[in-house]
Each structure stands twice: as structure tokens, then as C-alpha cells.
Design a protein around this ligand. Structure first.
Ligand SMILES: [Zn+2]
Length: 482
């Protein structure tokens, strides 16, 4: 009998397992749990992997909803990260092209982490099938990583050394396109500023009061001036955690702000945050109040790894895009139909060009099925968003792909994306991602020397130094998630 090649093996197993991956996507989508509270979601994934012969380690890094599932033996050891946290206020009925909350839950999978989790776990199972079929040496570890959205899950796990000892790591993210990602993401430091003043009657004895709210406003003004004198790639945002109460006739004795400082490198975030802190100190001095700053979160910038990314890109081009069916295209058409005319025309134009088909053909089947390969020239381009994969990227050579879980032009974190990713579209994209990641793993197992090359590349960038952006005394319990 003729021996099947690795691509055929992965494709065959993916076909057999595609229903299970789609079902897992829908299950996690329906759970839609907040960060660090993904109890049902993590359990569903743990049980599915345990059933396939993975060895489970639950509650890794001291986080209840984090886990590691391991299969195989020997090197290379390849990690795959799964996410499964949802977002507040994005509850939505699946596949329905009008805003309508699903029953019984206010959270929704606006970022598609249900598909991410199902696809990543699916990839690990496909790797297991391949290791068993071929008898090849190698280990796969599926990491269940909670609270990506606002909880810095992987940063806390990185600090607890759960990613140590890996040779390479792959993951993916839902998107409106299919691509092997190339660019960088910025680092982010999150700090709260608590001002303490003196309360007083604002009309009768204002001279006795010292306003914490005044201090916040002066601090924000100072930072608004500071923005002109920092690098243009940096972003500084703030929100009021506490505006001192609802009574204008009481001098506010307490007020708090939350700041995000984003920049291409962690060191730049630290430098800018220290200048933001100076604005806070100045505001406290001006108002006779006291201020206390505490860093409550942080994300490292994301370092792409050309070696790992090329392997994943090659694999994705060979395994191909999602196998959407006619139901998926009907769902996609419904969402295309609700767009304002000008936007719909633009989406059709862009999609037709991406798929190399006529505009009429794309309007009939409006999902992107072309794959944009890895482009080395984009490796130094930073997008102004942050991810907790950044911290992992300092420790292990990593690569990511994106697969289309929605019609082009759909923003993540919207009810439209929640609706589409919960339908068959999200499930099929998860299968496509699982297939590509699993096939990339087989390439690494077949040719382990690529791990050394990828590690040298990472070392040249970091010098082997990783500094966790979150201080030692800050735990997931201190993270502000609402
Ligand atoms: Zn996301």
C-alpha cells in the first residue's frame, strides 16, 4: 500500500474531526464567559483533550481556568495557545443579521476566541493523530490561556515559567482575511493613579478642601500636552475609575484614573509612563493632594519570528482556506445585505480583488478564500494594538495566522462578528486554522533543525532577556476587567 504523505494525513484527519471542531466552537460561543471565569469553557476543552489521550495539568500558573494538555514524547516540543474568553455587552444571536442579544448572557464572543480555542485544540488533536500514525518523535502542548482581552492571562503564565522549554509555538486569530501574520504589535503598560484630597463643603468652606477631581483633570491636561512630545507611534489613553462622587457641592476627596501607555517597545512604554507619572505628581503638587501610582497590567510588544512564520505560512498555503458551505455563504450574504450601499460596494470590490473573482461572483459568495503569504518586508511594521502573545514571543519563537470568520470589513468586538463567528463560518475557519497549524507542526517534527535557527533569530532580537511588564506583587485578582 502506498504511504500517505503528511499533508494527506493531516487533511484526512481534519475531515474526520471537522464536525467536532465546529461543535466545540459553538459550545464555547454559547458559554461566552468573562476572563478568569471561563470555567465551563476550559473544562470542555480539558475533557475533550483528555479523551484523546492528552495528559492534563489543570490550574497552571496558579490560574484556575488555565491548563496545559500534553501528548507525545521527546523533542521538538511545540506549544499551541488557545483562548476562550468573551467580551461584555456583546451578547448576540448566532447567524442573525440584526442586533439581538442571545438569552441569558450579556457576554459575547466579539473577538471570536470561541473559534480560536476550538481551532487551537483541534490543531493539537490533529498533531496527536499524526504522531500516532507516523510514530515520529515529538511533543505537542496545548496551553489553555484565559483572559486575553483585559486580563493579561499569558503574561501571568509567562511570569510563572509555564512556557519554558518549548522549541516553537503556534497560534491563530479570527479575522476577516486569511493570512500568515508578519507585523509587530506594540507593548502596553496599564497604571492606575489614585488621588487623595480633603473633603469640604464646596460653597461654605471651599478653602478647607483639596480636590482630588481637580488633580485628575490637571493630570489629564498635562498628559494631553505631553502627547506632542512623545514618539508618534505611542498611544496614551485614560479613563475615570472614580470621579469623586456625584455631589458637586462636596469637594472630592478621592478620584482615580486608569492609564494605558502603548509603544513599539517595552522600554519606550516605561519611559513614557514615567513622564505620565510626573504629570500626576505635578497635578498633586498644584492641588495639595497626594497621588499613588500602581502598575496593574502590562503586555510586551510582539516579536515576529521569520523562521516560524515562514513554516506556518507555507503550511497554510498548502492546507488551504476554510471549506465554507452554501449555508455559510447564505449567512455571509445576509450580513453583506445589511451594510450601507457605499460600504457594501467597497466590501465587494475588495473581496473580489482578494479572491480574484468578479464582483458578481463575490457578492454571491462573500467570504475571502485567498491566503496572503508571509511577507518579510512587514516584519518591522508595528500595528498599534497589543496582545498577551507578545510576552510569549520573548520566550519562544512563535508564529500566528489569521483565518476568515466573517465577511471582509467586519470589525472585531462587534455584534456582527459575534453573530458570524458563532455560525458555521467561524467553525470552518477554526478547522482551516487547525489544519494549517498541525501541518506546520509536522514540518517542524520532520526537520527539527529549524528550531535552532528560529531560536538564534529570537536571541538576536532579545539578547535572551525578558522582563515581565507586570510587577511581582500584582496578581490576576488586581486586574481591572470591568
Ligand atoms: Zn482577540
Amino acid at each position: 500500500m502506498e504511504q500517505k504523505n503528511d499533508l494527506d494525513l493531516i487533511r484526512d484527519h481534519a475531515k474526520q474531526r471537522s464536525d467536532a471542531i465546529c461543535a466545540m466552537n459553538q459550545k464555547l460561543w454559547a458559554f461566552a464567559e468573562p476572563g478568569y471565569k471561563e470555567f465551563k469553557s476550559s473544562r470542555a476543552l480539558e475533557e475533550a483533550l483528555e479523551k484523546e489521550g492528552f495528559t492534563l495539568e489543570r490550574g497552571i500558573g496558579g490560574i484556575q481556568t488555565a491548563f496545559a494538555a500534553t501528548y507525545g514524547s521527546g523533542r521538538p516540543v511545540i506549544g499551541i495557545t488557545a483562548e476562550y474568553d468573551a467580551l461584555p455587552g456583546l451578547s448576540q444571536k448566532k447567524g442573525v443579521a440584526r442586533k439581538e442579544a442571545a438569552d441569558g448572557n450579556t457576554f459575547g464572543h466579539g473577538c471570536g476566541h470561541c473559534a480560536l480555542g476550538a481551532g487551537a485544540a483541534g490543531a493539537a488533536v490533529l498533531v496527536r493523530d499524526w504522531l500516532r500514525d507516523t510514530g515520529n518523535s515529538g511533543t505537542v502542548v496545548l496551553f489553555g490561556t484565559p483572559a486575553e482581552e483585559t486580563g493579561y492571562g499569558k503574561v501571568f503564565l509567562a511570569r510563572q515559567h509555564v512556557f519554558d522549554g518549548l522549541d516553537m509555538l503556534f497560534t491563530w486569530h479570527p479575522s476577516d482575511r486569511n493570512s500568515a501574520m508578519a507585523g509587530r504589535c506594540v507593548g502596553n503598560l496599564c497604571a492606575r493613579f489614585d488621588f487623595e484630597g480633603i473633603s469640604s463643603h464646596a460653597a461654605l468652606s471651599p478653602e478647607l478642601g483639596r480636590s482630588a477631581l481637580d488633580a485628575c483633570e490637571l493630570m489629564n491636561s498635562g498628559v494631553n500636552y505631553l502627547r506632542e512630545h512623545i514618539i508618534s507611534q505611542a498611544r496614551v489613553h485614560y479613563a475615570y475609575l472614580d470621579a469623586g462622587g456625584k455631589a458637586p457641592n462636596v469637594v472630592q476627596s478621592h478620584a482615580s484614573l486608569l492609564y494605558f501607555v502603548r509603544a513599539p517597545k517595552n522600554s519606550q512604554c516605561r519611559e513614557i509612563l514615567s513622564r505620565v507619572e510626573d504629570c500626576a505628581k505635578g497635578a498633586a503638587l498644584m492641588t495639595g493632594t497626594k497621588v499613588h501610582m500602581k502598575i496593574v497590567g502590562g503586555l510586551s510588544d510582539l516579536i515576529p519570528n521569520a523562521t516560524a512564520q515562514q513554516i506556518l505560512s507555507d503550511a497554510f498555503l498548502e492546507t488551504g482556506p476554510a471549506d465554507y458551505d452554501e449555508n455559510d455563504y447564505a449567512t455571509a450574504r445576509a450580513f453583506l445585505g445589511i451594510l450601507p450601499d457605499a460600504q457594501r460596494r467597497e466590501v465587494i470590490k475588495q473581496g473580489a480583488s482578494a479572491n480574484h473573482v468578479s464582483e458578481e461572483a463575490f457578492a454571491e459568495r462573500p467570504l475571502v478564500t485567498s491566503i496572503t503569504p508571509f511577507d518579510r518586508n512587514l516584519m518591522n511594521v508595528s500595528v498599534p494594538v497589543s496582545t498577551d502573545v507578545g510576552d510569549v514571543s520573548y520566550l519562544v519563537p512563535q508564529a500566528q495566522l489569521s483565518a476568515a470568520t466573517c465577511i471582509p470589513g467586519t470589525a472585531m468586538h462587534t455584534w456582527q462578528h459575534t453573530a458570524m463567528v458563532g455560525s458555521g463560518i467561524g467553525g470552518k475557519a477554526a478547522v482551516a486554522a487547525a489544519r494549517a497549524i498541525a501541518y506546520a507542526c509536522t514540518k517542524v517534527y520532520r526537520n527539527p533543525s529549524v528550531c535552532e535557527k528560529a531560536k538564534q533569530e529570537l536571541l538576536a532580537e532579545t539578547g535572551g532577556i525578558y522582563q515581565c511588564p507586570i510587577p511581582d506583587d500584582v496578581t490576576p485578582a488586581d486586574v481591572i476587567t470591568d
